[in-house]
Design a protein around this ligand. Structure first.
Ligand code: GLY
Length: 292
């Protein structure tokens, strides 16, 4: 059975396009790349690609990840500027003998060499928001407390049983230049083993990396848990760790799909929308924090 799942409502249009491709016999890889590119090029989304909010220095730094669940090979782009579709570069790096993960100028040079579209990723709205926040910080007016982050993550399974996961983000608003979250980090931001299933995470990268959430979720599925049980288990375990350490409620969510095309999702948030595409229709579902 084919299927596709994406994080947040911003993935709805892309998931629909990906589902149409899968229905026509396309590969899981083409479905995932198409779905994520749709979000990356939409300036309305301030946490991914064009329109993403800048780092402290006013630049937009992009992270993306890719894993092919049949070869267990990965690709990743880290802290790169000016690449319209970092997910396409991450996909392109996956499958090579070495050099799977490229950062900064190395990633940008590779993108140019491959003829990928390059552009200034800063929209006027994003620059305005950056200036306003910088002004508030300089005036000692403090800053909003950052609780989480909205990465686009998409998992797909095609008619041949191939599975792929991809991720893309512009990272935290006002991050320190060079800061990298979970999104391009295999095991934390994404993991896929087509014989078991795949998982991907969104939220505060610093927390997600502590829990190695995506790999942990796939391991739970390997041990026999359903995707939904696996998602709930990793979220509960990480929140319990934070509770034990005396930290507050976290901001992290996970989606998963198993090798049979069943879905799962869970969150530490009060509401986490995710989008499922199967049997010709898409559905926006909601997960919520549940200690049970
Ligand atoms: N989860 C994305 C980030 O923390 O950058």
């Amino acid at each position: 059975m084919t299927g596709i799942i994406g994080t947040w409502e911003m993935s709805a249009q892309g998931v629909e396009k990906g589902m149409a491709l899968l229905s026509g016999g396309a590969s899981a890889g083409d479905a995932v790349e198409t779905a994520i590119r749709d979000v990356e090029e939409n300036p309305a989304f301030s946490s991914v690609g064009y329109g993403g909010l800048p780092a402290m220095d006013g630049q937009v730094y992009l992270d993306a990840g890719w894993m092919d669940g049949n070869s267990l090979r990965c690709g990743a782009v880290v802290s790169a500027r000016g690449i319209l579709h970092p997910v396409s570069l991450a996909r392109g790096l996956c499958g090579r003998e070495t050099n799977w993960m490229l950062a900064g100028e190395g990633a940008e040079a590779e993108a140019r060499q491959r003829g990928l579209a390059m552009r200034d990723m800063r929209t006027p709205e994003a620059v305005e928001k950056w200036k306003e926040t910088l002004h508030r910080q300089c005036a000692g007016m403090g800053d909003r407390v950052y609780r989480g982050h909205d990465t686009v993550c998409v998992i797909a399974r095609d008619a041949k049983g191939r599975m792929v996961v991809g991720t893309s983000t512009s990272g935290l608003f006002m991050k320190q230049p060079g800061r990298v979250g979970d999104t391009p980090v295999v095991g934390s931001g994404f993991y896929c083993d087509a014989s078991v299933g795949a998982a991907a995470a969104t939220g505060l990268g610093e927390d997600i990396m502590r829990g190695v959430l995506s790999f942990a979720c796939v391991q739970y599925m390997r041990s026999g848990l359903s995707p939904m049980e696996a998602c709930r288990s990793v979220i509960r375990t990480l929140q319990e760790t934070k509770d034990r350490l005396g930290e507050g409620q976290g901001s992290f969510s996970v989606i998963a799909m198993d090798a049979q095309g069943c879905f799962g999702a869970a969150t530490s948030e009060t509401d986490f929308p995710y989008v499922i595409g199967q049997n010709g229709s898409i559905q926006v579902c909601h997960a919520a924090w549940d200690r049970q």
